[in-house]
Design a protein around this ligand. Sequence first.
Ligand code: PRP
Ligand code: URA
Length: 209
Amino acid sequence: MGKVIVLDHPLIKHKLTFVRDKNTGPKEFRELVKEISTLMAYEVTRDLPLEEVEIETPLAKTKSQVISGKKLGLVPILRAGLGMVEGMLDLLPAAKVGHIGLYRDPQTLKPVEYYCKLPEDVGERELIVLDPMLATGGSADAAINFLKKKGAHSIKLACLLAAPRGLELIQSNHPDVDVYLAAIDEGLNDHAYIVPGIGDAGDRLFGTK
Ligand code: PRP
Ligand code: URA
């Protein structure tokens, strides 16, 4: 079973409160999602392998550690996943970014794919799928299945919020995928929106409602 890591940090909790607040406008909403994503990058990369190198400080030769050339890939699920990219890139500037376009059909709630562009060497990269919302889990499940079909071996999923239903789906379909979250919410409403949630993440990021 994949690990579920809820980032229990006062900075994340504080920022998430204002992300949830319906009176927060798109500019501040985007900034907060970006900042939370940067904080999440710190934890998502905690197990990156290190190697020892020899360097010289102004005083002496010494051995010190650097990340051992592990290639990273960020894969935002369009649109709302885009809100998490810049914040992650602030800490992981060498990561390549692939995009998977999915939207959730409001009637069937099933994900519909409309775009995909991934780095060629997706199978050699440690991938971090980004989407603020894990609701029914259908979109993240489809994105992960797609990446696996393209040869991905190492996938993590980073979301701001999850509902228990979406989390269970990912854990049962993808026991190899660890999930990183800012919070787990109570559940879903009749339209499969996360409650209490943050509303429609894409619309709030891009001001489309
Ligand atoms: C939202 C969200 C996830 C999906 C979550 O995207 O960003 O991708 O819904 O729901 P699920 O877990 O039930 O699949 P949406 O379909 O609203 O598209 P958008 O990002 O383009 O607004
Ligand atoms: N998509 C969103 O943007 N918000 C939700 O709460 C669920 C799906």
